[in-house]
Design a protein around this ligand. Structure first.
Ligand SMILES: [Zn+2]
Length: 255
């Protein structure tokens, strides 16, 4: 029985030709491979982005690409196994993927970003591609989770490698999370830190475990609640964008 395929790497070129003949949209998950405390896999950010993107693709019928696994993570590099690439390399690589999609007629791309450090490069890229008449929207699950489920996690549980992120891993990939190693660590405040300044410190300047805040309160049950809420939100956006006319999304000319 033929089922509708939505993952590009599972399609044949003829499947892809049929999809692009009817659709001008795609979903691209991106993330990082970086430390997430002693309990979580290094792949956390790209594994979560992939899961959200693939589930959304299944529910909307919009094509999903393979995840881009490496991101802008130099600030985690003192923790072993963190594979970091420069913002420029990351931006250029993601841009080339988007340009290849555009070659097949794609005008609207939803990037599901699993790692906050990628955001400045992605915003720069989205603005650049809009000039080329490709509209890129960027989704970050943690930006919306707290708004959709206020009170499920406290502030100190919602930080890097904290209970919220660990809960998503427990819901999706329990076999690669080791809760016996979960740690709570209040990040150190650098001596020269004052309000209003962004300073070039690395994660290792702030924590010894790699965890910011509390992670021991993570649970698969809470993780499933977050997943359901954020995927619903992502599906809503994809459906809105699906109906939008690409011409109306491109940049305006001089007034
Ligand atoms: Zn993360």
């Amino acid at each position: 029985m033929a089922t509708v395929k939505v993952l590009l790497h599972e399609m044949s070129w003829t499947d892809a030709k049929d999809y692009f003949a009817k659709n001008d949209m795609a979903i691209l998950p991106v993330g990082s491979n970086e430390q997430h405390g002693p309990q979580n896999p290094l792949g956390t950010d790209h594994l979560i982005a992939r899961a959200l993107a693939e589930e959304t693709a299944k529910r909307t019928g919009i094509l999903c690409l393979q995840v881009v696994p490496f991101g802008v993570s130099a600030h985690h590099r003192q923790f072993w196994g963190t594979i970091y690439i420069s913002p420029r390399t990351f931006r250029d690589y993601v841009r080339d993927v988007c340009i290849a999609l555009n070659y097949y007629g794609v005008r609207k791309i939803v990037i599901v970003n699993g790692h906050g450090g990628n955001l400045p490069a992605l915003i720069e890229l989205a603005r650049e591609l809009r000039e080329k008449e490709v509209f890129v929207s960027i989704f970050q699950w943690w930006g919306v989770a707290g708004k959709l489920l206020p009170g499920l996690f406290e502030t100190e549980e919602r930080r890097h490698a904290g209970a919220e992120e660990t809960s998503l891993n427990l819901a999706l990939y329990p076999h690669i999370v080791d809760m016996e190693r979960a740690t709570d660590e209040e990040p150190r405040r650098p001596l020269v830190q004052t309000e209003g300044f962004t300073l070039p410190f690395d994660t290792v300047d702030r924590t010894s475990s790699g965890v910011f805040g509390r992670s021991t309160t993570a649970s698969a049950k809470k993780g499933r609640r977050v997943l359901t809420a954020v995927v619903n939100d992502l599906v809503k956006h994809v459906n809105l964008l699906k109906r939008a006319n690409a011409e109306e999304l491109t940049q305006k000319s001089k007034v």
